[in-house]
Design a protein around this ligand. Sequence first.
Ligand code: HEC
Ligand code: HEC
Length: 300
Amino acid sequence: MRSSVSAAAIAAVLSLAAIVPAGAASKAQVKRGEYLVNGPVACGNCHTPRGADMAPIKDKAFAGGFPFNDPGFMTYSANITPDKETGIGSWTDAEIIHAIREGADKDGRIIFPPMPVPTYNNMSDEDVKAIVAYLRTLKPVHNVVPDPKYAIPQQTMPPATVKKSPPQSDKVAYGGYIVNALAHCFECHTSPGANGVPDFKNGLGAGGFLIALGPGMSVATPNITSDPDTGLGKWSDTDIKKALTEGISPTGGHLSPPMPYSNFKNMTDSDVEAVIAYLRTVPPIKNKVERTDFQKKAFP
Ligand code: HEC
Ligand code: HEC
């Protein structure tokens, strides 16, 4: 029977509509947002400032101010708590969604790099809405963040078009979604081209990108392609899982920030397995990356 929607089901939907006001987030949405933000998406990896020891400052969670000192720009992560004056408490949902997926603030100013907006451009409507629902529940923290300076030209992003994420039952597709729409692995792990920015065409996942945590504190990202000699080709699933969730690698010892393992450790086993299944499909590129002296010394 096709027209099998029962009167009872319709009544149930109507009564739900009556108790959940339009625009209000459901509990399930907030829970999904909490999982994404503190797990695979790791917004706090940039938006929570760190002390001199690089540990996140707990009572300033998501309050911004972490500096990104790059030859091309000097920016500070924004305060994304609901504080009305210094955070995003007065922004509408649509304005926050636009900032995350299309990279412009409510006045139209472009806010990236380094925020991985090209990755978030692939984020689904349901996931970005869940993230906003969770951000609304954070403790407001009053924290003024300095203005950014960009020396490089900034690109604009096309409108985001992904409505639904792929089904979690399709491990490789869902793992690809986590990597390319949420966890921005490649924005850190891709080799730089001649202009110093990640070369997604020729160096996808091949590492060697230098990230400065501070003066004299540069870290080089490893090769995470499936190349057997210089990438992850010979690593077992357990080896990769340990690196992602515990920050321990069979070749590199303790992994340094900004590898977001303290967020990735909150990922479900099934999401970690999906990421690994997808990584196995990333074409091998031979590129041997040496850890910097700082990496070896500070995170042996
Ligand atoms: C790699 C670092 C990085 C990551 C990861 C990141 N951001 Fe950002 N974000 C920034 C920086 C830096 C700025 C400030 C840029 C500027 O002012 O030009 C910013 C700005 C913003 C803004 C604009 C706020 C304002 O007041 O202008 C919002 C909203 C935002 N981020 C939300 C998020 C959310 C939500 C996530 C996770 C889904 C996230 N960001 C992940 C670095 C990051
Ligand atoms: C913000 C940048 C950043 C992001 C995002 C990131 N990584 Fe990393 N990752 C690093 C850095 C830096 C290291 C090296 C740390 C060290 O050696 O001390 C690293 C190390 C690793 C290692 C260990 C490799 C080795 O040879 O020791 C693996 C595996 C890895 N990352 C996979 C991933 C995957 C998969 C994702 C996405 C789910 C990801 N990373 C996201 C920066 C990042």
